[in-house]
Design a protein. Sequence first.
Lengths: 326, 326, 323, 323
Amino acid sequence: MREILFREAIVEAMAEEMARDETVFLLGEDIAEFGGSYKTTVGLLEKFGRERVRNTPISEQGIVGAALGAALMGLRPVAELMYIDFSAVAMDQIVNQVAKVRYMFGGKAKTALVIRTQGGAGRSSAAQHAQSLEAWFVHVPGLKVVMPSTPRDAKGLLKSAIRDDDPVFFIEHKLLYLQKGPVPEEDYTIPLGVAEVKREGRDLTIVATSSMVGKSLQAAAELEKEGVSCEVVDPRTLFPLDKETILASVRKTGRLLITHEAVQRCGWGAEMAAIAAREAFDHLDAPIVRVCAKETPVPFAPKLESHVIPNKDDVIAGARALLETA
Amino acid sequence: MREILFREAIVEAMAEEMARDETVFLLGEDIAEFGGSYKTTVGLLEKFGRERVRNTPISEQGIVGAALGAALMGLRPVAELMYIDFSAVAMDQIVNQVAKVRYMFGGKAKTALVIRTQGGAGRSSAAQHAQSLEAWFVHVPGLKVVMPSTPRDAKGLLKSAIRDDDPVFFIEHKLLYLQKGPVPEEDYTIPLGVAEVKREGRDLTIVATSSMVGKSLQAAAELEKEGVSCEVVDPRTLFPLDKETILASVRKTGRLLITHEAVQRCGWGAEMAAIAAREAFDHLDAPIVRVCAKETPVPFAPKLESHVIPNKDDVIAGARALLETA
Amino acid sequence: MTELTKAKALWIYETMVRIRRFEERSIELFQAGELPGFLHAYIGEEAVAAGVCAHLTPKDQITSTHRGHGHMVAKGLRYEGMFAELYARRTGYCKGKGGSMHIADQDLGVLGANGIVGGGIPIAAGAALGIKLKGGKHVVVSFFGDGASNEGAFHEGINLASVWKLPAVFVCENNGFAESTPRATHQAVRDVADRAKAYGIPGVSVDGMDPAAVYETAGEAIARARKGEGPTLIEAKTMRFLGHYVGDPGTAYGHDKEVVKWKKRDPILAFGAFLEKKKWLAAKEREEVRARVNAEIERGVEFARGSPEPDLSDALTDIYASL
Amino acid sequence: MTELTKAKALWIYETMVRIRRFEERSIELFQAGELPGFLHAYIGEEAVAAGVCAHLTPKDQITSTHRGHGHMVAKGLRYEGMFAELYARRTGYCKGKGGSMHIADQDLGVLGANGIVGGGIPIAAGAALGIKLKGGKHVVVSFFGDGASNEGAFHEGINLASVWKLPAVFVCENNGFAESTPRATHQAVRDVADRAKAYGIPGVSVDGMDPAAVYETAGEAIARARKGEGPTLIEAKTMRFLGHYVGDPGTAYGHDKEVVKWKKRDPILAFGAFLEKKKWLAAKEREEVRARVNAEIERGVEFARGSPEPDLSDALTDIYASL
Ligand SMILES: Cc1ncc(C[n+]2csc(CCOP(=O)(O)OP(=O)(O)O)c2C)c(N)n1
Ligand SMILES: Cc1ncc(C[n+]2csc(CCOP(=O)(O)OP(=O)(O)O)c2C)c(N)n1
Ligand SMILES: [Mg+2]
Ligand SMILES: [Mg+2]
């Protein structure tokens, strides 16, 4: 299968959906000529024109509100928030408006929209450009939350998100954009709410999101050499969550390590741990381990940044600790 | 001991701290003549004047930003956000500015400020005036998060929060304002980061926050009649969290029920459950139970609202289920 | 110029009465303990909703506020569904899940009241964008208060509408207060309409107690929007005759004094007199309007009272379109 | 009127050179791979920072932006600490935890660069409030871009400063672009200064390539603020000579064409010529300035290079004052 970059997969997904459905359009900062800060809209202005690829003022509340208004009129906007950190500026529109109008209006509201954004650390972008805030959005009924880890997943999930009738908060990781991977040439989608076992294993289950999937696979490969067999499960969508796939793995291995780039406290891993501790209680042979960012704003210094963000070795260390406990 | 209303305790805390320290001042919407939407600043304009009790325009970003700027100049602002739901409007200032400046600036920043707000359901205020969003703020390194459940705690904790050199997000529950309770007349504070066992018991531990503390105590009283002895622990501050007190209780009882008014998924209870499942793994005799709001925006209809918000009976049911599992 | 025909004038008059009576009855019901939650009454400001909405078709859209009943009535929502919503009944516009602050009906072009001050403004811009992208000729009117004009959402929403020349009209109902905060202490600008200058769009102040003036001003702005010439900011100077919410006496912050002079300009009385002078509506006919509206009101209340409460299972529907 | 004395003029000139050289050197170091993260160069806009900060004492405060190095240099921050910060060293102004977008030093009145566009504006209002409440005579200057003036934070922050008559000056560095987005497509207003009308405060446009003009305009605004007469919005029309960030050629969105004519008005060259004509600074003395600055630059770079990296344990300090 041909291999393309993650960011190219994102572009393709939008291009295909825009070609397929003329109600799909894009809005965001610097997505037109510039092709987006991380080149995720390159070429779309040329293909679809200025009406459907709309540069906005720097107005995140405006962007999300406009997406919602247009959705209510029957369009399918895909809004880009340049960094997930800036979602804080638009939080009212995302949480109090987008997520709730369907319910508040008694079901009579069209809210088919996607908010695409980009998060995560690893580029020395410091505390306001490197957060992982997915837990906030999972905590909000009315939103769906997607975090793809491969080009193939990114494309298939984004296409599903655009076709979905609910608001989808779609989080891409800045370090993944330049990762290459196989992506089918033919039209395909990946349904929201379906996890994928990225690697099968027997001894422990690693549930990893976004950038931590790749690091976990590397960790699993190293652990394999020591005779440890890890199963790596990528939920892909944090809500709706495919609990069955994840819990089946946990029941099989009896040990669970959860890893994400967000800080540990009140991160999504807490929810995952709480679910597993409850629903696989009798199958757990050891306490659940979480491998997450240290509890600090993200520092600028690369040395400190890579210290606070979990890496392959942290996953390996976590796995070893998990295997050592009775 | 004399008894006063929760909201009076709040007023007293601010009045005393303002008298004690002239750098303390208040800002927020309708806090002056009006005395605040929930009457938590009544009489303070008269006592301290318009410079120190400042009505603001409806500008939540402005309010929090102004509090931060003033704090940087060495003042101790207490900003009020009328509803926690409106913190979404100010989220950037709270999370990207207030919480992070100390760290981003390498420690050289004065950020002694309090953001007081009011949350929770129970008054048919519908989806945008009834949320419980504490988990968002606990997820943000740099913030401290307080949720008092009694007039005495409210006063003592608010005084500590105002004296604290870090930004404190202080969440009051709208239904608690009219609850009466004993409050010492003499000057006292309650330190942040210290949980309180509100009721001792042997069979199970209920960790409850804010409005759920009272409901849990009622549940415990009823369960007592059935011969079930519940220990009710109120963390009071969600960050810093007094894990020791909570875990000591869990290790003693072997069973843990966590209850809060926020929706379950990615709520603070997830973190609590993950901590307990890890740090008291060998002491847990049954899977942890969470009794939380159903996963929906808060409905307007009183019948539906009281259905989705956990009540005493839900706590009792949860406790029974917890006791029935092996 | 938009001429006020007799038919329109009568529609406006009756609409104002319909709003007033809806509010008066709601307040009674609320005070009798029949309605949960809280209410923000529109009484005194009727000329704005009626004067603006007189130009709108069901396909034109509005966004509204916490003080939204007037807009809803003027936009054609029915008493039955509105009362049912206030009663938290299943037959309400939002099945009892939204309540006073969230009434909405997309079929009639109401994109929702809103509990977040200023929250509807960017949504209105977006709806106008949606209309533009679909090639429609409809417009979006966004109502909001003087207090709301200090929110960032106001700034971002109107700026967006202005750079994209969207078919939107922004109507600031300047009643001089944001809850208890008098306008002079929450903004230093002379007229809210001056804020239009920040977006390079027309800004007009109009007497919000005079429905004919509102009708004319709104007509021009809406015509501009329909022609693709972009948004307008209208400031209607008006006054709520009651406190911020039902139960607020307005005494703590000088509203009680301020309102006295405004009440002398009650839009329903004044416009009634105007219509009488024009010989478009005699005193007797005014009584007929009132009687007709009252009957309708009672039908609405009865409908609501007789409607079922939601089922518990309704609490968990309408969160997602599909899962 | 604020007269530009020789001493001030020379200070402004040298400050502009100091900014320019800092940026040029940083870019070299960045392109050589010595600096992590990313950089937004201030080159071309020096007249604004220098002309404004010429009026400020260390106790006066500023808030700055992602494009903040110029403001820092003008406000008196030292090369050592600035380079050390860009190098992510422990001796940097933020101990290497902040980087280019978060340089701050409260001792010198810098409340921080800011990675959030518009984020500093409400903070500036708050700092001005703090000064006012403490009875000080200092002022706060908030720098931000044309793009930032579309953020809600701009609206809320300035409105607050205006109703409270705070000692603040808001300086919009209008360089005609927000990243790749030309001003005409992100705002329809003619001059950003017109936005002052929304707050009932003075708004002034000034030639941001002319430090003398900036100095004069800023002087009046700052004097007003010090006298307790409230805030002013200044718009300085200027241009960044380079792309949005170091590495952006600016070709995709017409910046490359636009910049050509602006470069002819290079503020350092033009002001140098002006000073020469005034006989305040001969060509030879300009070279001396340059040499002095270069030497200082190299000391700064050497200091940074020789400074230790942070310890891993530093990652977890400075989050809280106490726990
Ligand atoms: C974001 C937000 N902040 C504050 C409030 C609380 N609040 C509700 S109505 C109101 C006053 C609104 O004033 P204005 O916009 O002038 O409308 P009016 O009530 O006068 O019609 C306030 C502060 C809110 N609902 N939303
Ligand atoms: C809230 C927020 N939105 C978007 C960005 C991304 N961003 C950084 S700089 C910039 C352009 C800023 O334009 P302007 O304010 O004119 O300043 P300039 O770069 O021209 O100096 C943008 C969009 C950001 N940092 N913060
Ligand atoms: Mg008002
Ligand atoms: Mg710019």
